[in-house]
Design a protein around this ligand. Structure first.
Ligand SMILES: C[S@@+](CC[C@H](N)C(=O)[O-])C[C@H]1O[C@@H](n2cnc3c(N)ncnc32)[C@H](O)[C@@H]1O
Length: 449
């Protein structure tokens, strides 16, 4: 790192070892030695963030970072600073510091990424014209190992010339995990949760409901692994309040799965689903409720019944179903009617019900398609079946028919194209979709509602 960045090598001596950190002062750093930068497409202002050593895919998109920080109730936090002990490009840390208006401490093992973090903290402060604020003059990024809370805090204390070690209002942890694998073990997280808990627990200040920790975990964690995370938490903070939060930006994908602990947990809320709308300026849709995860994964049980003409079919957001909050949500958008789950897993969870869904506010964001069955076609869906299907569609005055059946990826566009071409030359008026229940040969044509 260059001299221009005013780095200071600090050391903290204890009996066993000497810890070395490079201290970066975000209020003063400059970006000239960094080359990887990109405008964040999720930020309304297209803020340009720096990354290093391929840190971009690890970084939290600004919109998610900001939405999360805004959900924190500052008044329930204890005294002190915000710490991110594996801060990567520092994007989440910058959002927390901006929204909570507190000084921050980021720690990052990878030197160039630590520098990127410091620059990004500065960029965010500049965008709010807070580059000279007290919180920024007290904000630091340390390059080194984030597992030793005492060493890091001593370094900060020395650098800021404080009488006492700073207290921590919120500890954020977003560990690195193996990429390109669908699943991974808890011990593959870097740094590991248990190491962070032991290294930092003594320094967390008490808020209204204990200390505050935000654990940013992989959405790929299995239910069993989530339970193991809870066990690890309980071994350090028994019975601490907790809220699991699934965040999605759409397309049925869980972008983030996080565990909010202690004073930042949402009072009496075991699970929260946050759908971030496509319009960057809009507020998210939030669904709260459900059972603690110790009571089960909350995924509904299949309860198929033979489909009938006139009933409704809805394809729900797969991320909502994964969060275990689909049934809580359905109570809000139906008149408590019986729901039959035709499909619970995969990309197109499917329910059958008698009345239309009431999709006021932003609830339509949680539905891929909803409609009324007008025809049951006893056929498969190959290119050879398209003529027969189009004939039925025309009998029902259909102008546009979207295929929502799981087909081979190469077949899907061909079938959809053939349907579109044939319907384009006719004069139907209605918009529809076609679905299937796994194991059935029957196609269900539904008019969109
Ligand atoms: C997923 S990234 C964090 C991204 C960050 N939340 C953001 O918004 O940019 C995890 C980071 O932890 C760092 N890391 C891994 N082990 C560490 C350790 N022992 N101490 C400090 N940082 C560590 C990795 O280098 C990586 O940059």
């Amino acid at each position: 790192m260059s001299q221009a960045n005013n780095c200071i090598i600090s050391q903290y001596l204890n009996k066993e070892r000497i810890k070395l950190y490079t201290v970066l002062r975000p209020a003063q750093v400059e970006s000239s030695t960094l080359t990887e930068s990109a405008p964040d497409t999720t930020s309304a202002e297209k803020i340009v963030f720096y990354h290093a050593e391929q840190g971009k895919p690890l970084a939290t998109p600004w919109q998610i970072a900001l939405t999360r920080s805004k959900m924190i109730n500052d008044s329930s936090l204890g005294k002190g600073i915000i710490v991110d002990c594996a801060c990567g490009s520092g994007i989440q840390l910058a959002a927390h510091a901006l929204i909570l208006q507190r000084a921050a401490l980021g720690i990052e093992l990878e030197p160039r990424r630590a520098l990127a973090s410091a620059v990004n903290l500065q960029t965010v402060a500049l965008s709010a014209r807070q580059q000279d604020s007290q919180r920024m003059t007290e904000t630091r990024v340390l390059c080194g190992d984030g597992r030793d809370g005492k060493a890091a805090l001593k370094t900060l204390q020395n650098d800021l010339n404080l009488q006492q070690m700073p207290e921590i209002a919120l500890l954020h942890l977003d560990p690195a995990r193996p990429r390109n694998s669908r699943s991974h073990g808890l011990d593959e997280m870097a740094p590991r949760l248990d190491e962070i808990f032991t290294g930092w627990a003594p320094y967390l200040s008490q808020g209204k409901r204990g200390p505050s920790l935000l654990l940013d975990l992989s959405p790929r964690l299995s239910h069993q692994q989530r339970l193991q995370v809870e066990e690890m938490v309980d071994s350090v903070w028994p019975q601490i309040d907790r809220t699991w939060i699934w965040t999605s930006r759409g397309r049925g994908r869980v972008d983030r799965l996080a565990l909010w602990l202690g004073s930042i947990s949402i009072p009496n809320v075991a699970r929260r689903f946050v759908r971030i709308p496509p319009n960057l300026q809009e507020e998210p849709l939030i669904i709260d409720g459900g059972e603690p995860i110790s009571a089960g994964d909350g995924v509904p049980v299949k309860s198929r019944r033979p489909p009938r003409k006139g009933e409704r079919v809805s394809l729900l957001d797969a991320a909502l179903v994964e969060s275990g909050l689909a049934e809580v949500w359905l109570k809000k958008v139906t008149k408590s009617e019986a729901i039959h789950w035709g499909v619970v897993e995969g990309r197109r969870p499917q329910i059958h019900h008698d009345h239309p869904l009431q999709l006021e506010y932003k609830n339509h964001l949680l539905v891929q398609a909803t409609g009324k069955i007008v025809a049951l076609a006893h056929t498969n869906l190959t290119l050879d079946d398209v003529d027969a299907l189009v004939k039925i569609a025309l009998e029902h005055d259909i102008r546009k028919l979207t295929v929502r059946v799981s087909l081979e990826p190469t077949l899907q566009p061909k079938v959809q194209g053939a349907i579109d071409r044939q319907l384009a030359s006719r004069h139907g008026k209605r918009t529809a979709f076609v679905v299937q229940q796994p194991g059935d040969e029957m196609l269900l044509l539904c008019i969109l509602e």
